[in-house]
Design a protein around this ligand. Sequence first.
Ligand code: AMP
Length: 190
Amino acid sequence: MLNLVLFGPPGAGKGTQSNLLINKYNLVHLSTGDILRSEIAVGTALGLEAKTLMDRGDLVPDEVVICMISSKLDNNADANGFVFDGFPRTTAQAEALDALLVDKGTSISAMLSLKVEDKELIKRLLERGKDSGRADDQNERIISNRINEYNNKTAPLKAYYHAQNKLSEIEGVGSITEIAKKLNTVIDTL
Ligand code: AMP
């Protein structure tokens, strides 16, 4: 199986690149942000609980997202592999993911980390906010909180995967095609 963690701060281009990767390598896209937003759209209790946190730009509890990923892995037992987008975001999530994959006789193949400056991230997210309808893309204070959450709780995961020899850092600035090419080059050497 090919199991990729597509990593980076909010606005780094993870969603866009995930869509290209799942088509090229025939993988299943698992974005915890997308799953949470669909729970909100349907109006589930989980969605309601998550919405307050998401609208503030805070992370939702580890148990919630770990449970969601676990059921998605079970529901896609015959997948060729997965692109994890926006997950894991904490050390507890990374450890839980490793354990879930061990249970399935597989593991993370690589973490592909997109590097983009904060100023560019804020510009991209405010631009996306004009169409996305996402409250968390429309307010610079909430965007800054999301970037802080990333720096404090999520960025340390680079060291976690580096220690497993799985980290590749990729410049996330340039055209979508250029960035995709760089990702493909790393994946093709795995
Ligand atoms: P995203 O679509 O990845 O930018 O996520 C949007 C929001 O959903 C985040 O700001 C968090 O509130 C929540 N979220 C998504 N994925 C996770 C995760 N793995 N852990 C905790 N919160 C998450």
